[in-house]
Write a protein that binds this ligand. Structure first.
Ligand SMILES: O=C(O)c1ccccc1NCC(=O)[C@H](O)[C@H](O)COP(=O)(O)O
Length: 198
């Protein structure tokens, strides 16, 4: 099970996530309580092993701008969150980063992994980073194959059941490993990674 811990802001958040066994660490570059800038992220990921994917999360800005910031920060993947059309992904194709298409089951016109040229698909709740769950039974009949991540209101307590229900390739968490909004709880990060991988 591929596990991404998202919305990290401090060196300790990153260190704990990597030590806990996270496969990817995510940084939010869009307006949010979790927002960080490229210079900060460059410092945060300096000691992250190459085996751990570093992900920049973008929403509401042109794809080219997201690509430029990703290069400045040095992240290994660009996650375009929301209503980005296929040409936005095509614009970034061939860059030195992997691409993640983050959408919702209802908004997506195609949930085939790679339909927009992305390396991974992420299916989230309607309000990204809100900690709200969504109805996983809606996946029946339209569950993607391949490298797709489940997100939306996952916690150490519910991730096992969510994996059983949705059968994703990976999971992504932010709110469910926070003590208060935007502030990560390191024990919850450890518990989440252990539960997801267990
Ligand atoms: O985290 C944010 O504030 C955010 C804002 C705008 C776009 C995306 C954002 N976050 C993306 C993620 O953290 C995750 O991919 C995912 O939405 C998980 O969220 P959560 O339900 O909080 O676990």
């Amino acid at each position: 099970m591929f596990v991404k811990v998202c919305g990290l802001r401090t060196p300790a958040d990153v260190e704990v996530s990597v030590a806990a066994g996270a496969d990817a660490v995510g940084f939010v570059f869009t307006r949010s309580v979790r927002q960080v800038d490229a210079e900060t992220v460059r410092g945060l990921i300096a000691d992250v092993p190459e085996t751990v994917l570093t992900v920049g999360v973008f929403a509401g800005i042109p794809a080219a701008e997201a690509g430029r910031i990703a290069l400045e920060a040095g992240v290994g993947a660009v996650q375009l969150h929301g209503d980005y059309p296929k040409p936005a992904f095509e614009e970034l194709a061939g860059g030195p980063y992997r691409l993640i298409r983050a959408t919702t089951l209802t908004a997506a016109t195609d949930v085939t992994v790679g339909a927009y040229g992305e390396d991974m698909l992420l299916l989230d709740s309607p309000i990204a980073g809100s900690g709200e769950t969504w109805d996983l039974s809606a996946l029946a009949g339209s569950r993607p194959d391949g490298d797709w991540l489940l997100a939306g209101g996952l916690t150490p307590a519910n991730v096992t059941a969510a994996i059983e229900a949705a059968k994703p390739w990976g999971v992504d968490v932010s709110s469910g490993v926070e003590a208060t909004r935007g502030v990560k709880d390191h024990e919850l990060i450890r518990a989440f990674v252990t539960a997801a991988k267990g």
